[in-house]
Design a protein around this ligand. Sequence first.
Ligand code: GLN
Length: 398
Amino acid sequence: MRSGLPMRFHPVFQTMPTTIFETMSGLARTHGALNLGQGFPDAPGPEDLRRLAAEAVIHGSNQYAPSRGLPELRAAVVEHYGRMQGVGLTPEGVLITSGATEAIAASVLAVVRPGDEVVVFEPVYDAYVPLIERAGGIAIRVRLSPPHWRITEDLLTDVAGPDTRAVIFNNPLNPAGRAFDADEVATVARFCVRHDLIAISDEVWEHVIFDGRPHRSLLSEPGMGERTLKIGSAGKMFGLTGWKIGFVCGAAEIVDPVAKAHQFLTFASAPNLQTAVAAGLAWPEDRFLAMRAAMQASRDRLTSGLAAQGYVTTASEGTYFLCVDLRASGVDLTDEDFCRRLVTDFGVAAIPVSAFMTGEARDTAPETGVVRLCFAKADAVLDEAIEKLGRARAMLGG
Ligand code: GLN
């Protein structure tokens, strides 16, 4: 504990560590390292959308947008999900937030009461558990295991009890790069229906999904329409992560309390960015497929480059990430030690997956041998990183 702070602040600081993304991006800057840690593309993003956003600053309104979002953006979200995923929404069932992280925070604040249990899957995205706990809830962790990270009925047996209120489900799953299949999504849906749970379904990677897989929204599963908050992210859809425009979608009655929470978090989001995102959501499917194909090519470049350097990786079915299995790759270091050495001595920032395993999951030992790498980078950056990772394995491997 740092001295000089009033004692009453300490518990809050203790439960709010600096995120692994901020830590690793800071180390990347300090050491001038290639940043394959925090997930963001190094490309500037679609020029047509950036121009629209710039023009909207000059010619459009720069005052508060309506708290629930610009009407044209809410209508565009309805049109987009109807056309691309067959999800039926109304504008009253769409809320625009300042990024998906705010969407998750507002959803947790709206749903979780003190003492409520919330089921999460580990590896768990780093924002979920601190938010659940700050809302007074208790996170119940269900551990998934590499290399397949599968969700099964067995894993969910005896997980829910009378105090269980909600599930936070991330599909595709960051950091594992899993896109859950129809059986797994149906398993989660049946679990929610069986125990009368609300699902906060973080689907921010829905457009970053590979090998022709369809995205399956939890919202479309039988019995889920009235209990699912589907969360999306323009930052991830268009590779514009700094824009921080997110969506919460579902039945109007369940989105309404989330909109009430959002009023007191950020109230509203930048109007020019909302205008540009509305135009992007109306893109023909081809443009989304082209972005997906380019990202898949980057995935393949990093996967084959690492294999040539002797690394064993787990399959990436979606997200900007793939994972390295350190022990299978002949490196006998914990993920944290490896990441620290990698950024300081070899000039590449990565993310230790143990940062997403925050507590004691049932009957499981901590998983400390997996490292996440971001491939949303230019070919030259990936090639240089592969070469540096090769040197790291040669020096640190057994
Ligand atoms: N979603 C990003 C990642 O997984 C991080 C976003 C953030 O730093 N808040 O790397």
